[in-house]
Design a binder for this molecule. Structure first.
Ligand code: GDP
Length: 522
């Protein structure tokens, strides 16, 4: 058995962020294919029938719980990989953001015909705030896309990060011929005639080492000129800047064609950091090699099937080693909990893993003990990790109980679901009305469902639409500042928050009260 340190060093825990349809699922399938978990990928069209999902559903059925594809663990190239899902589309929620608190690096997939899209930008901002290393993959190179140079320019200007192209496309769409790999100093040929022709070596002058028909292609000269430009005017490769999230290595390829994926994954795994230390509330750091087990809960998933009331709390292991049946302490309450009812996330179910080390994710079946952000630890020395950040909600709804006689269970349910991190709650400054805030529509649906099923209370939700929430310090508050276009509310801590109708309303306010500082959460 490898030592704890050796095991930690093989772990790579990351999330893939992208705008819906950029190719996140397809890339994940390709990775599972490379990991030997599935034998085919990309042959079934549509999101419903893809392999990642159906494979996972089978596991779900066997275990009788709903974990969906929240975590996938598999082995590749001597590394044990944990991919954490960051749902988009209609599944977008605060969980999506919180998942980014549990990874050591991020892959950003961008559709090369579309460039940087809104959801990518949103998720990127969170990643940037935390200085997480980020690697960029421009996908769909087999389609006519935008010029590579434009894409890289846009990446740098829109996201405010430096880019370092690791490879460069030789054409795209119909005329895609390959990838000029600046990092490995070779050319990866698109659809080579044989395996031996897949990689062509480059000489010291940057041209192909051996004469090849590729050179007769007009694109080749163009590519050489672009590469020359990159070398002269581009950023320097700087590992420290990558680790601080200031520089993103950029790769091109096609997930659907399985082109450039293997090289990408190998290179990514070389530079992606192994599990990192984590800060505690006392601002000390817990290193992964710390002998005592510790971890924190970043997500709680309620089972939407009424026959299975259990919930699953997702724990990112920070230090030490998890063993089935071990006793831990819940830092918030000081209570002891035995970790016997635990699930792990090996994509390949043949292996029944009994232990987990830093970087790994374990799922605890929960009957209401845990809250998002909770720390659990073994050993005598108390460990409590820094709180998870609160995110600025964008969607709001007024909420009340349908039946006034149900007030008691209504309050209890709201209190618990808010505490658990399902949704955020505010109260109107004047009327005391309850207002729920979320980053995604799904959160309201989960809230409503759980109020009905777990607290036996039907709720009425009145949509207020999207708002811009801005906090101000209480000393600067004058209730007269509130108007029809900026609703004044209290957050759970009693802090004043303005909910602005739109950007213009916020700007108008800022002009009228230039001394008042308006702050967003993450
Ligand atoms: P997700 O929403 O980011 O998970 O995107 P999917 O992986 O589901 O891909 C969205 C659509 O784009 C699907 O129809 C895929 O088959 C297609 N797609 C993904 N990668 C590529 C690619 O490299 N080339 C082309 N032409 N289509 C792709």
């Amino acid at each position: 058995m490898a030592s704890l340190e050796e095991q930690i060093n093989t772990r790579r825990t990351f999330a893939i962020i992208s705008h819906p349809d950029a190719g996140k699922t397809t890339i994940t399938e390709q990775m599972l294919l490379l990991g030997g978990v599935v034998r085919e990928a990309g042959t079934v069209k549509g999101r419903q029938g893809n392999f990642a999902k159906s494979d996972w559903m089978e596991i779900e059925q066997k275990r009788g719980i709903s974990v969906t594809s929240s975590v996938l663990q598999f082995d590749f190239d001597g590394k044990r990989i944990n991919i954490l899902d960051t749902p988009g589309h209609e599944d977008f929620s605060e969980d999506t953001y919180r998942t980014l608190m549990a990874v050591d690096s991020v892959i950003m997939v961008v559709d090369s015909a579309k460039g940087i899209e809104p959801q990518t930008k949103k998720l990127f901002e969170i990643v940037k705030e935390r200085h997480i290393p980020i690697f960029t993959f421009f996908n769909k190179l087999d389609r006519d896309g935008r010029e590579a140079i434009d894409l890289v320019d846009e990446l740098e200007s829109v996201l405010g990060i430096q880019a370092y192209p690791m490879n460069w496309p030789i054409g795209s769409g119909q005329i895609l011929a390959g990838l000029y790999d600046l990092y490995h100093n070779n050319v990866e040929v698109y659809r080579p005639a044989s395996a031996t022709e897949r990689f062509l070596a480059l000489g010291a002058d940057g041209d192909l080492a051996e004469p090849n028909p590729l050179q007769a292609n007009g694109l080749w000269q163009e590519t050489l000129e672009e590469v020359e430009l990159l070398k002269d005017a581009g950023n320097q490769f700087d590992e420290e800047a990558i680790m601080n999230g200031k520089l993103t290595p950029v790769f091109f390829g096609s997930a659907l064609a399985g082109f450039g994926i293997e090289t990408f994954l190998q290179t990514y795994l070389t530079y992606a950091p192994a599990p990192q230390a984590k800060k505690t509330v006392e601002k000390t750091e817990i290193a992964p090699t710390n002998a005592d087990f510790s971890g924190f809960i970043f997500k709680i998933q309620a089972n939407m099937n009424p026959n299975h009331r259990d919930r699953i709390a997702f724990v990112r292991v920070v230090s030490g080693e998890f063993e089935r049946g071990m006793d831990v302490t819940l830092a918030r309450t000081g209570k002891k909990v035995r970790l016997s009812n635990v699930t792990q996330f090996m994509a390949d179910t043949r292996e029944n893993v009994q232990n987990a080390v830093p970087g790994d994710i374990i799922g605890l079946y929960d009957t209401g003990n845990f809250q998002i952000g909770d720390t659990i630890f073994a050993g005598k020395k108390k460990i409590e990790f820094e709180e998870l950040p609160t995110f600025t909600p964008e969607l709001f709804m007024r909420v009340h109980a349908k039946n006034v006689l149900k007030q008691k269970s209504f309050h209890k349910g709201v209190e618990q679901l808010v505490q658990e991190g399902t949704i955020q709650m505010y109260t109107a400054w004047d009327s005391g009305d309850y207002i729920l805030g979320a980053v995604g529509q799904l959160q309201f649906e989960v809230f409503q469902f759980r109020m009905e099923n777990e607290y036996n209370t039907d709720v009425v939700l009145e949509p207020m639409g999207s708002k811009i929430a801005r906090w101000i310090v209480p000393e600067q508050l004058d209730p007269k500042m509130a108007s029809s276009r900026n609703l004044l509310v209290r957050d759970r801590a009693g802090q004043p928050v303005f909910l602005f109708e739109n950007m213009f309303a916020e700007r108008w306010f800022a002009d009228k009260y230039p001394d008042v500082k308006l702050e967003a959460k993450l």
